[in-house]
Design a protein around this ligand. Sequence first.
Ligand code: GTP
Ligand code: MG
Length: 450
Amino acid sequence: MSGDAGQADADSSTEGRRAVVAKRVDSGEADLAEISQLAAAAGYEVVGELTQTRTEDAAFMFGEGKVAELRDLVRRTDANAVIIDNDVGPYQTFNVGGKLPEGVEMIDRFTLILEIFGQRANTRKAQLQVELAELRYELPRAEAKASLAKRDERPGFMGLGEYDESVERDIKRQISEIRDELESIAEKEEARREQRRDSGFDLVALAGYTNAGKSTLMRRLADELEVDENADRHRDLDTTAESQDMLFTTLGTTTRRAEMEKRDVLLTDTVGFIADLPHWLVESFESTLDSVYRADLVLLVVDASESVEEMREKLVTSHDTLYERNEAPVVTVFNKIDRLEPGELADRRAALSGVAPDPIAVSAKTGAGVAELRDRVEDELPNWERERLVLPVSDDAMSLVSWVHDHGHVAEETYAGDQVTVDFEAKPSIVARARAKAADLSAPPAEESA
Ligand SMILES: Nc1nc2c(ncn2[C@@H]2O[C@H](COP(=O)(O)OP(=O)(O)OP(=O)(O)O)[C@@H](O)[C@H]2O)c(=O)[nH]1
Ligand SMILES: [Mg+2]
């Protein structure tokens, strides 16, 4: 054993998940900040770091000398996992793994993210999505194995090739079963959204990178009440305490009511984006983002305390993700302005005006700017219609008036003689329904007129 163990404590008895993080880049300087945050989110203590700038080695990803260095670092730090922030192929995984001390796990960026999602998937939907992603990760590997085995096979009984083919078929069958179940969950959610719209709610979704402050902002804007009774029950890691400074604290969706000046809004918090995810992983979690894609308004939250370059990159990726499917207007929210000097905010606004034309600056933490954000939400939501109904006073008319109160914003309600007049604003669909109900009130009952 070498003596220069650095800060590695021999008797540290934490959870016992100790990881060395490593990354290779073709040029420039490899940045380990994000992979380290992801590792922490998965519950690893990062005990060592290693980077290399060189072209990819086909057999080892890193240069062979670097792999030897990696092995020494793993020994010195007593790590039991190596997390590599590169797209490591199966062959490379096998080769590097062979050079490492026995029992040391090899993890890449995608499997690490899957691990986090797996640990936190506490709804049926989230679990299905994780399973789907895992199966989609396995499928090409199983296919490769089956075709290799088939090639080497000798004629005869059920050979390895056939066995591997049946594994492959099994994966495909499971994938299609999970897809079906996810689809039926999505249909139920869509029905629920429609029902909420019919009740006069506007649906607003929070989107943005993980750790931007979406959940904190949600708590700031929303009333205490959580509306998702049990359909898609989800809790943050710790709902009562402060949000954690950690990637992917929110995985499922939470919807809460938020009262604006006039409009009743249902606010949905959801999973954050992250860069460089392979398409199979993104697609597996697509339905989590349905509440974003199908909202009436999207608040795109960015951490304004990051550098202009980081913000730009994240804004561009977010817009790409959103614009593929989203039709709702998007309002950009610069969050965490409590961390900025006043001049810095102006600089960021100017520098990013191309990707974020008219951002609202807030601090979810201190509440600064949140009132302006509420006003902006109301301005940007699709317009309401104004209507005036004159009804003969009766029990039915009174229940219609209270329905109108529940579903829209009543400006005036006046009684004159045996008539009541309600002057109100509501969504066009609500106005149409109120009119129809009013027409029913004044028309003679159907049975008698027949
Ligand atoms: N200084 C400061 N910190 C903030 C602000 N808003 C959020 N944070 C902190 O940023 C971290 C992430 O906040 P979250 O609300 O969990 O972020 P999120 O976007 O929901 O993250 P995911 O659920 O992981 O996607 C937490 O440590 C928050 O306390 C803010 O306005 N100012
Ligand atoms: Mg969150």
